[in-house]
Design a protein around this ligand. Structure first.
Ligand code: C2E
Ligand code: MG
Ligand code: MG
Ligand code: MG
Length: 289
């Protein structure tokens, strides 16, 4: 239909597609420069133990402060990096900078476990494992201090199982990210060498209003525990969500309620107790289903 309609329909759709393509090209050009000049920065968001509220580690989330466009979300530039073959350089920079930071914290007397996100294309790279080993050695870090987060949809791909096996062979931990946004395939989950499952906030945003949402999350946590996985609720924003998730025996929380992603220097203050803390109260037990 678009073809027969000819010029007029092109006039409607073509410019925005052009603009999008142009924007992508511009972003990939700027991103290339940003990676070379080390203009990216890792922010860290705390994960806390559900019962005590104590920090258990932090997730490294890459930030790009573009000279003219301001802060650009990784949800925008990671796909650009993947499309234009920049993810390898970006990804190795992230892994190495996270390791450098863990070492800096160790030298300050802070044992911080750090989680790093890995995309599909990174998992496919032959030199991934050697590069990780090299970074661990260079910064003299025990592998157990490092976790890699892989989204559920990537982890379930047939051909990633071997890569995940090789990764866990290094001694690092694996975590399944964004669980509940794809297939929620517990049978397949059994085969993965993961220790942690992160349930996506979309599953519990309305958990205080929806009995269905509560039942689904309840079942998920029980299944995960039956498989020996620890459960992290990611994107906890309200005390009510926190209380309900705690009543469902969720193990750890991560979300704006506790702390937003922040520069490394702020995270160390936070971890040393000088930042904001949100001690858990036990009203939660009232909601025990
Ligand atoms: P993700 O790994 O699922 O990370 C969690 C995202 O949820 C982060 O978004 C975080 O800021 C956000 N978040 C945390 N708590 C809350 C909350 O309470 N409410 C809401 N609304 N959001 C919350 P961010 O930093 O924008 O990252 C988006 C995605 O980009 C990440 O999702 C991850 O898939 C990807 N990403 C980020 N850094 C890297 C990286 O270094 N490498 C790769 N491959 N991907 C990365
Ligand atoms: Mg993640
Ligand atoms: Mg996630
Ligand atoms: Mg995500």
């Amino acid at each position: 239909a678009a073809k027969r309609a000819g010029g007029s329909s092109f006039a409607v759709f073509a410019p925005s597609m052009d603009q999008d393509a142009r924007l992508q090209l511009e972003l990939q050009h700027d991103l290339r420069t940003a990676i070379e000049r080390h203009e990216l920065e890792l922010y860290y968001q705390p994960k806390v133990h559900a019962l005590s509220g104590q920090i258990t580690g932090a997730e490294a989330l890459v930030r790009w402060n573009h000279p003219t466009r301001g802060m650009i979300s990784p949800a925008v530039f990671i796909p650009v990096a993947e499309r234009f073959a920049l993810i390898s350089a970006l990804g190795y920079w992230v892994i190495e900078d996270a390791c450098r930071q863990v070492r800096e914290w160790l030298d300050q007397g802070l044992r911080m476990r750090v989680a790093v996100n890995l995309s599909m294309q990174q998992l496919r790279q032959d030199d991934l494992v050697p590069r990780i080993r090299a970074a661990l050695e260079r910064f003299r870090i025990e592998p157990s201090l490092l976790t890699f987060e892989i989204t559920e949809s990537v982890a379930m791909e047939d051909n990633t199982l071997r890569a995940l096996g090789a990764l866990s062979g290094v001694g690092v931990s694996l975590s399944i990210d964004d669980f509940g946004t794809a297939y929620s395939n517990f049978a397949a989950l059994r085969k993965l060498p993961a220790k942690q499952l992160k349930i996506d906030r979309s599953l519990f945003t309305d958990i205080d209003e929806s009995g269905d949402a509560l039942a689904v999350v309840d079942a998920m946590i029980k299944m995960a525990h039956a498989l020996g996985l620890k459960v992290v609720a990611e994107g906890v924003e309200t005390e009510r969500q926190r209380d309900l998730l705690l009543a469902l025996h969720c193990d750890e929380f991560q979300g704006y309620l506790y702390g937003r992603p922040m520069p490394a220097a702020m995270l160390s203050l936070w971890a040393l107790g000088e930042g904001e803390t949100h001690p858990v109260d036990f009203r939660a037990s009232l909601y025990d289903p």
